[in-house]
Design a protein around this ligand. Structure first.
Ligand code: C2O
Ligand code: CU
Ligand code: CU
Length: 496
């Protein structure tokens, strides 16, 4: 495993310890001793704060550069490096091609993506196309690849002809460095274009992320407690901007493709004075538009919502803190605050226009009716054990060489994810989206395919997963990326 010396801080990623390998995955251990010897728990964490960093605020929302496919091919070069522009300033945050988020990749069903990723970070990296139903093998969406600093890799993704249109995203997925790199800013949107699938006045991408930066724009160090809880940055950004404004015209509907790119933070989003009419979840259309007062997004989730601005003036898009449970402010971790976070402000101005009403039926996939051939029980665990604090699946840490679940291609399974820990953990499976049948807390289900579901603390969720169309070996994991890096990940091998 890759255990390296303490890195320099210049890439803005891991500051005060080495990337977590399996050897260090039992992270709490003899916490006092570890803290004393490594300085992990040095008196108090130096938090980067909004006050210190002084981001630009209230600027008009801009969208990441869009890279569109041409005659069936999207050819892209992405360079991952520190020094990204963020909130109007040049920082040591990480970016793709100098920005965070990186460019939006826009493709159509049947397209191919030829993507060269160059690693100018100080740690290994790779790329995951979160939500895309493409092969996880070879130079496809392969989470086992490792691209070393200085190296490049040529990915080739083949988007199936019957791929549903939807909102997805991309981010690094090299086990051990994922949380640092996503928190650092390595995120971007990936949209499968559905043509005129919804008649709206504006179609926007809103990538929500969080980070901590100090006065000089360096990414702040994280503590062991942050890794246990799952780090949450104080600076919450939309498209890399702090509290931008979203221009709107009264009566003109806008589609907002909201992606929760935060490393750990759960977002409970609402728009002052308006309902958010949800039309899609994780890139799948809901059967009918669903008006909501609040939309809950675990890390990795996406919601497409339609907003019809009513009154003139300023209306805040906010995130109410969600308690994920766990250690809280214990041992150097930050306390969850009750403060509501302003993500952006919709500014409505001008004469009223009328836009067409949403259709009562949305153009989604029809659910598969295939019979369940097998059930499995998967245990998410996190807590104190003999060796210290560990985050495991079925009592084991991630081992990329082990096949944890072998599944014949073309079968449908029912999985129950049981969470015995005092924290909520978002379950995420690559490549094969699932439908949620039920959850232990009785939360309403949508019936459509999704790829992240929050498993409440000391509770469970039951999923139906069609392992159809695509064969290959990949992973499922907790999308609190600190937990994934600590070993809360397992493999699936779907074979012909
Ligand atoms: Cu968005 Cu395996 O992750
Ligand atoms: Cu994923
Ligand atoms: Cu977790």
């Amino acid at each position: 495993m890759d255990v390296r010396a303490t890195p320099a801080q210049s890439d803005g990623t891991t500051m005060n310890d080495r990337p977590i390998s399996r050897r260090t995955a039992i992270i709490l251990g003899a916490l006092g001793a570890a803290g004393a010897t490594t300085g992990w728990l040095a008196a108090s964490r130096v938090f980067g704060t909004v006050d210190e960093f002084r981001p630009e605020t209230d600027a008009e929302l801009h969208e990441p550069l869009v890279l569109d496919s041409d005659r069936g091919l999207l050819s892209v070069e992405l360079v991952a490096a520190a020094g990204a522009t963020l909130a109007g300033r040049t920082t040591q945050a990480l970016g793709f091609n100098g920005t965070t988020p990186g460019p939006t990749l826009r493709v159509r069903p049947g397209d191919e993506i030829a993507l060269r990723l160059t690693n100018r970070l100080q740690h290994p990296t790779n790329l995951h196309t979160h939500g895309l139903r493409v092969s996880p093998e070879g130079n496809g969406d392969n989470p086992f690849l490792r691209i070393d600093p200085g190296a490049s890799f040529d990915y080739r993704y083949r988007v199936p002809h019957d791929h549903p249109p939807g909102t997805h995203w991309y981010h690094p997925h090299h086990h051990g460095t994922v949380a640092d790199q996503v928190f650092g800013g390595l995120i971007g949107a990936l949209v499968v274009d559905g043509g005129d699938d919804l008649d709206v006045g504006r179609d926007r991408i809103l990538l929500v992320s969080d980070i901590d930066l100090d006065a000089d724009g360096r990414v702040s160090p994280v503590t062991t407690a942050d890794r246990m809880n799952g780090r949450e940055g104080e600076l919450v950004l939309v498209n890399g901007q702090h509290q931008p404004t979203i221009p709107a015209v009264p009566g003109e509907s806008q589609r907002w493709r909201i992606v929760n790119c935060c490393t750990s933070r759960v977002l409970a989003i609402d728009l002052d004075g308006h309902q958010l009419v949800q039309v899609a979840l994780d890139g799948s259309f809901l059967p009918t538009p669903l008006p909501r007062d609040q939309v809950l997004l675990a890390p990795g989730n996406r919601a497409d919502v339609v907003v019809r601005p009513a009154a003139l003036g300023r209306h805040a898009l906010t995130a109410t803190p969600v308690d994920r449970g766990g250690m809280g402010a214990m041992m150097g971790g930050r306390a969850a605050t009750d403060a509501v976070i302003t993500l952006a402000t919709m500014v409505t101005d001008g004469p009223v226009v009328t836009s067409p009403a949403l259709p009562s039926r949305l153009p989604g996939e029809s659910a598969s009716g295939a019979a369940v051939t097998r059930t499995r029980r998967i245990r998410f665990q996190g807590g104190m054990g003999a060796g210290g604090m560990a985050f495991t699946i079925d009592g084991r840490l991630f081992d990329p060489t082990r096949d944890d679940h072998t599944i014949p291609l073309g079968t449908t399974e029912e999985w129950t994810i049981v969470n015995s820990s005092p924290m909520a953990h978002p379950f995420h499976l690559h490549v094969w989206p699932f439908t949620v049948l039920a959850t232990g807390d009785g939360a309403a289900t949508t019936g459509v395919a999704q790829d992240v579901v929050l498993v409440p603390a000391r509770s469970w969720v039951r999923l139906r997963i069609p392992f159809t169309d695509i064969a290959g070996r990949t992973v499922f994991h907790c999308h609190v990326l600190d937990h994934e890096d600590a070993g809360m990940m397992a493999t699936v091998n779907v074979h012909r």
